[in-house]
Write a new protein. Structure first.
Length: 243
């Protein structure tokens, strides 16, 4: 946290600027859905409809996207459907502003546990709020470990995809000094996450470091959240890992 405290007054001012100027975008509609049933006869062979759960923060919630058909949830379900030749359902468990502790709380209701228990794939987006809310590295380590332990237990042997943290300094809405300070924290949190994931055989970590994503059309209108274009790219990368 030293990098943040060192330039405290400037960063506080820039943080207030971001809070004032960056619009708060609602989450996407359609938290539950299913891909087209054009392959329905394939699913009838064994009665199984693959199920995707997307869990986490505002990225999982689809902030900046109108409908989850165009978020990671819908886009990944569509790709899985094409690959598996059967319909794929999705369910989103997310809350904007959630940090790792909050996301773990989202898994506590019986209904959430049931969704995770039937999941064939779980995608988790978490970490940005832990970074910007100045949680310590140890708190992040403990919270992420508890979250992954809980999710992997509920999901059984199904694959779990943990999205990496974005390069915060590259976000258009982020003032330079604040972005650099939070970006440095994010890289340290990323290293911790990668080390934790190594202890979970069913969890894969997807770093958000593709240079092709650092372009204007990658961001929603607030200059902070991913655009539908980037959700589509992320879904493609995740599906490639699952194939």
């Amino acid at each position: 946290m030293t990098d943040v405290l060192l330039h405290g007054p400037v960063l506080i001012a820039q943080g207030r600027q971001v809070q004032r100027d960056v619009p708060r975008l609602p989450g996407a509609a359609g938290r539950e859905g299913v891909t087209s049933t054009i392959c329905e006869h394939h699913a009838e062979r064994d009665g199984h409809e693959p199920h995707l759960v997307v869990l986490g923060d505002s990225v999982a919630d689809g902030a900046g996207v109108e409908h989850h058909r165009d978020s990671i949830a819908g886009r990944l379900a569509s790709r899985m459907s094409d690959r598996l030749e059967r319909p794929v359902s999705w369910h989103v468990l997310a809350r904007s502003g959630a940090d790792a502790r909050d996301v773990a709380h989202l898994t506590q209701p019986a209904s959430a546990q049931a969704q995770l228990a039937r999941a064939d794939v779980v995608v988790i987006s978490v970490g940005v709020n832990d970074v910007k809310n100045l949680r310590t590295e140890e708190a992040w380590r403990v919270s992420l470990t508890k979250l992954l332990t809980r999710v992997t237990a509920l999901a059984g042997g199904s694959p779990v995809i943990l999205l990496g943290l974005p390069p915060i300094e590259a976000l258009p809405a982020m003032p330079q000094q604040l972005g650099n300070a939070l970006g440095g924290r994010a890289r340290r949190f990323e290293a911790i996450a990668a080390a934790i994931v190594a202890d979970y055989p069913t969890v894969r970590h997807v770093p958000l470091t593709n240079p092709k994503w650092a372009r204007d059309k990658a961001f929603a209108d607030d200059g902070f959240h991913p655009s539908p274009w980037l959700h589509k790219k992320l879904a493609k990368e995740i599906d490639a890992l699952l194939a």
